[in-house]
Design a protein around this ligand. Structure first.
Ligand code: ZN
Length: 273
């Protein structure tokens, strides 16, 4: 699943193709991906609207239009938003086609079809998943003091806390495993047992792995591509994720694969305590 760095890379690469462009036509091939309003009204509302801005919050992309209209997109497992010239060949797994002025087409492609789109008109619905998001990594709100309050009453694993979008926005399995490896903290360690020093280290490590992921244009394991259809390169720079059974890059010991918080997890039993 694309996480914060991948979504941010999609935002950056897509933005120049769509801002100040008007929607000319919308073709929906898989209506159930449109969660709001009814798919038959979706195109009617969007046609004639001009894109003002493309924003990101956590793993959500938000296309803002000139009127009080926001298209909120979540790519989930395998969704991709790709811009192309209007006369270019249709990309595989295309589910929704947006024809824009300037001879550009925005495609929503999705192999497993878990991606979602909500078109919010004058705040007619609230999206709890978006509104309850915790602070963004790298922001001043995401501090050791903040995390200390969050973990205080959590008996579960620290990995589970970091995966919770209400605790911190935008992290998923890749960057959580990487941040814990970077910080030298065991993923299964009870959240409330972390010291202030460890929490400080963890905040710095989350910020570092997210920064690195953005710098490397995201992590591509299977399907992820950015708004130009280009893969990321961060998969070549990972400490533990996807490296079960391989030697730890710090100490050389074999990395262990297990399950924590219901998710496949890789860590070094020597470097992470
Ligand atoms: Zn190690």
């Amino acid at each position: 699943m694309p996480e914060l760095p991948e979504i941010e890379q999609v935002r950056k690469t897509l933005k120049p193709h769509i801002v100040n462009k008007m929607v000319k036509h919308v073709d929906i091939r898989l209506p159930r991906m449109i969660k709001h309003p009814a798919p038959e009204n979706f195109a009617d509302i969007l046609v004639g609207q001009s894109v003002r801005e493309l924003k990101r919050r956590g793993k959500y992309l938000i296309i803002e239009f000139n009127t009080n209209l926001r298209l909120v997109i979540h790519l989930r497992m395998t969704g991709a938003l790709v811009a192309a010239d209007s006369d270019a060949a249709e990309p595989p797994y295309a589910k929704v086609r947006f024809d824009l002025t300037g001879d550009k087409t925005l495609w929503f492609c999705d192999i497993r079809t878990f991606g979602t789109m909500h078109l919010i008109v004058n705040d007619d619905i609230s999206l709890p998943g978006l509104e309850k998001l915790g602070p963004e990594p790298g922001s001043s709100e995401f501090s050791a003091e903040y995390l200390e309050k969050i973990v205080k009453n959590r008996t579960g694993a620290i990995k589970g806390v970091l995966l919770n979008q209400e605790a911190v926005a935008g992290l998923g399995n890749i960057y959580v495993d990487e941040a814990l490896a970077q910080a030298g903290i065991l993923p299964q360690k009870p959240a409330r047992s972390l010291s202030r020093k460890e929490l400080k280290e963890l905040v710095a490590s989350v910020n570092k792995v997210i920064r690195q992921g953005i710098k490397n244009r995201g992590t591509t394991f299977r399907n992820y591509v950015d708004g130009n259809g280009t893969q990321g390169t961060n998969q070549h720079h990972l400490l533990v994720y996807g490296r079960k059974g391989q030697p730890c890059k710090k100490c050389g010991r074999e990395l262990i694969g297990t399950k924590v918080a219901g998710r496949g997890t890789t860590y070094c039993a020597n470097c992470q305590r």
